[in-house]
Design a binder for this molecule. Structure first.
Ligand SMILES: *Cc1c(COP(=O)(O)O)cnc(C)c1O
Length: 396
């Protein structure tokens, strides 16, 4: 799928009488199946990308585990019946209380990147398995994630050595190349960094049982900030990853499990929003230039949090022919950030207040990033669809 609207989503959107976000569970399952066919990895879905019970349950049924970032996410996964040994605490940022709570809930594998965090894990989750996150540049990604997380190779050796001395199991290394990574070279560099660090650890007598390649795999259906299709080289990324996994397995002195934590890649293209038109206007800016603005019922604060870095494909049902105008597309609130940065999207001139609009590839980072009614615009409800178009529309 590369921005095309599949029949299940199209049917669910067409029959939706009011605004909502729709998830195509069959599409998500197929996406998961494709990933594990392409790569020999254990999947731990990054919950923050889509903390929707039905979506998590369908991934869990497929065999996925979960990358949780807080006791709240761990509790959600457990409530859905996911065994604790398929959940890891993947956030390097944790309080003493959150470590103790995760341990009480049965989680035994923790991400870390500092000796302070390792000391806290040793105190509040004694005997746990830890893996150390290595820093990456974040280059080539729409969201780099580079500075807040991860340490240098030298620090990783120090952190895992300290962990071993504190009675923890130094179990692995991780990276995250940045979200919506657009280059295969980022994966190549990440594998090189992991491999170098594995060698340095072995010199200290530390042999790992897993590496975690993090998230970052792209969605295929986005447009960039200028409205042009983003075309990440996904097949080449898979090829680079397969080669890198083989190299790391060859290098390790023991069997090496390879974990990935995809978020966006599994869900983005399989969720879409049914919103509606508020109004299409034309007014002169201060410089005298006339500009069309298309205001929608949905924007940055109720489903399109990522609208400043990318554009979504828009479908205007019932307006397939007729005249178009170039418009700035924006959400409904009184915040000027609530708009796509692109100046000119082609939109039908005939749009009327109340007309439905479909916003595609909106399945990732939509539900979790909705405000509790900023300016009185409440969060979108969600529905799910499955199998053929006939079965669309189970209620949230
Ligand atoms: C957010 C996050 C992910 C998922 O990233 P995507 O780009 O959505 O795949 C994976 N791992 C960690 C630790 C994260 O913070």
């Amino acid at each position: 799928m590369s921005g095309d609207l599949g029949p299940r989503l199209a049917s669910a959107l067409a029959t939706a009488p009011s605004d909502r976000i729709v998830f195509d569970l069959t599409g998500i399952e197929n996406q998961y199946d494709r990933l594990v066919r392409e790569l020999p990895v254990t999947v731990r879905f990054a919950m923050k990308a889509c903390p929707v019970d039905e979506v998590l349950a369908c991934l869990a049924d497929r065999g996925a585990g979960f990358d949780a970032a807080s006791p709240g996410e761990i509790e959600q996964a457990l409530r859905l019946g996911v065994p604790a040994d398929r959940i890891h605490y993947g956030n390097t940022v944790k309080s003493d209380a959150s470590i103790a709570e995760a341990h009480r809930l049965g989680v035994r594998t923790f991400a870390t990147d500092s000796v302070q965090d390792v000391a806290a894990i040793a105190a509040h989750a004694p005997g746990a398995r830890v893996y150390c996150r290595l820093t990456t540049s974040g280059e080539g990604a729409l969201w780099g994630l580079s500075r807040k997380f991860g340490c240098s190779q030298d620090d990783a050796v120090r952190v895992l050595t300290v962990a071993r001395a504190a009675g923890l199991t130094p179990a692995g290394l991780s990276v995250h190349v940045g979200s919506q990574q657009m280059t295969y070279d980022a994966w190549r560099q990440a594998v090189d960094r992991l491999a170098d660090t594995m060698v340095a650890l072995r010199e200290q007598g530390i042999v790992l049982d897993h590496v975690n390649l993090g998230g970052g795999l792209p969605a295929l259906g986005y447009l960039d900030r200028h409205g042009h299709p983003l075309e990440p080289p996904l097949d080449k990324m898979f090829a680079v990853l397969r080669e890198g996994i083989e190299e790391m397995r060859h290098l390790n002195a023991a069997p090496l499990d390879v974990v990935m934590e995809p978020g966006r890649h599994l869900v983005a293209d399989h969720g879409a929003i049914r919103a509606h038109v508020y109004r299409l206007t034309e007014r002169r800016q201060a410089d005298g230039e006339p500009v069309h603005w298309l205001y929608l019922s949905c924007g940055k604060f109720n489903g399109l949090y990522e609208m400043d870095e990318l554009c979504h494909r828009l479908v205007f049902p019932g307006h397939s022919d007729g005249e178009y105008v170039a418009a700035v597309v924006a959400g409904p609130t009184c915040d000027s950030d609530d708009a796509y940065r692109t100046a000119h999207r082609r939109v039908p001139r005939g749009l009327a207040s109340g007309d439905p609009v479909w916003i595609l590839s909106a399945g990732a980072y939509a539900t979790g990033y909705m405000t509790q009614g900023f300016n009185g615009f409440g969060p979108l409800s969600h529905t799910v669809t499955r199998h053929g178009p006939d079965h669309a529309g189970a209620a949230a």
